[in-house]
Design a protein around this ligand. Sequence first.
Ligand code: GRF
Length: 196
Amino acid sequence: MKNLAIFISGGGSNMKSIIAAIEEGRIKDAKVQLVVSSSSEAGGLIFAEDKSIKTEVISYKSKPEGKIAAEILELLRENDIDYIILAGFVKVIPAEVVSVYKRRIMNIHPSLIPLFCGKGYYGIIPHQAAIGAGVRESGATVHFVDEGVDTGTIILQEKCPVYEGDSAEELQKRVLKIEHEIYPRAIAMVLSGEVE
Ligand code: GRF
């Protein structure tokens, strides 16, 4: 059994799709042991609590990176965490944590990396950029997390069309549907050893 910690900052729709995939047996031998949020206001916290999953809020405010890293590592140790699943977590994971959890931290990004990603590309911005660039397809990418922003090895990508006259919000909705489908699949691939 692998223990997962899901890190969120907002509504947590990807977190919900992962929890559903575990409940339905599409991700096997895994348990969401902990949900960590960068904000006490994150809507996803209530969902996790309703599912009786332990939650923690971690504040990055006025703390040096070393202290944040120590706090995160302590939480992961206390809860016996094997994998960190970033699902809309808006803060950067400290390098020290990345080095302890090499190839055991995953993230989802709402574009076809290496397009429209990196520092500053979060929320609606990747979709505005895709539409602004006039691309005919976009999509989502699940990747391992390394020391950079959206630079780790790609695990799974899936495309969707960008239609003439699409708004960024319409594209965001289409991509989010793909996210909910590929993130559980990518996690299952990593946990089963199909990807390492
Ligand atoms: C998703 O688009 C994800 O790709 C990005 O942040 C958003 C989080 O959405 N990293 P949610 O909180 O999972 O609904």
